[in-house]
Design a protein around this ligand. Structure first.
Ligand SMILES: [Zn+2]
Length: 272
């Protein structure tokens, strides 16, 4: 083979290699483009997903993103199972369907209710005829899918309360106590016993302060309402909610007497 032929052959091989590389480059560029366009499509879908009506029955409407649809059946079941007992006990018949709005995560829930600095414990609120809550599929650090099934019932109790007394209620131990009690958010027996035995149970006024959550207000207000239900019944509770100014008159006790009696009940039933 002459030198010229050798050079010619090497030239052909080089061109062939370069062409292959270029083809590979093209293939990978095509893949990148495909990947990019898939990414864009995904974002478009996410952007198109918005909070909209996903479920409706005779009592409720539920609004959420498409991606939170799969928890709605369980939420509706939790509400339906408790609807009659709560409205009957509190003698309320709701005129309108309750509107439930589900936010996809804690951050978006807190932003939408204007409480950006709230802790992860805040996962649901109610106002008038509406419930706003975080998705049970993404419940944050303090709650679980199952605990959110009780939170929606808790918020529903607040909706019913607004139908009895349509303003901000003066005693949080009554409103949150009733919601916690009726939603069966039962306090942990051992934790309660330890707190009560150590004299760390809050007063009624502690449970009306901004420290409600810090002083275990949900758990202790549960026991206040449990005491009221057992000793007086729901009719008295409804009357107390209707006319908060007369609540001690209705009980036939002063605030101090009432508080004393509740603490005795607490020690007897929840202490050791
Ligand atoms: Zn509440």
């Amino acid at each position: 083979m002459s030198r010229r032929t050798k050079l010619y052959l090497i030239g052909i091989i080089l061109v062939f290699i370069l062409t292959l590389t270029a083809c590979n480059k093209n293939v990978s560029a095509d893949n990148d483009e495909k990947y990019e366009s898939e990414k864009i499509k995904e974002t478009e879908i996410q952007n198109k997903d918005s909070i909209k009506l996903q479920f409706e029955n005779e009592n409720f409407t539920v609004h959420s993103f498409d991606k939170d649809k799969e928890c709605i059946e369980d939420l509706a079941k939790a509400l339906d199972e408790n609807y009659d007992a709560i409205t009957n006990n509190l003698s309320v018949s709701l005129k309108d369907k309750v509107k439930v709005t589900i936010y996809p995560n804690i951050k978006s829930f807190h932003n939408n209710i204007g409480m950006q600095n709230a802790g992860d414990w805040l996962v649901g609120v109610a106002w008038r005829n509406e419930i706003y809550m975080v998705s049970p599929l993404n419940p944050g650090s303090q709650h679980t899918y199952d605990s959110l099934m009780k939170v929606i019932v808790h918020e529903f109790v607040h909706v019913v309360q607004f139908n009895i007394y349509p303003y901000r209620y003066p005693n949080r131990w009554m409103t949150d106590g009733l919601a916690t009690y009726a939603a069966k958010q039962i306090p942990d027996k051992t934790i309660m016993k330890d707190l009560i035995d150590a004299g760390k149970n809050p007063s009624l006024s502690d449970m009306n302060s901004k420290d409600f959550e810090k002083v275990n207000g949900y758990d202790f207000s549960y026991t206040v309402v449990e005491y009221l239900v057992k000793e007086y019944g729901y009719e008295t509770i409804v009357a107390m909610i209707e006319t908060p100014k007369k609540m001690y008159e209705i009980l036939g006790k002063s605030l101090d007497e009432f508080e004393n009696d509740w603490i005795n009940y607490l020690k007897e039933n929840w202490g050791s």
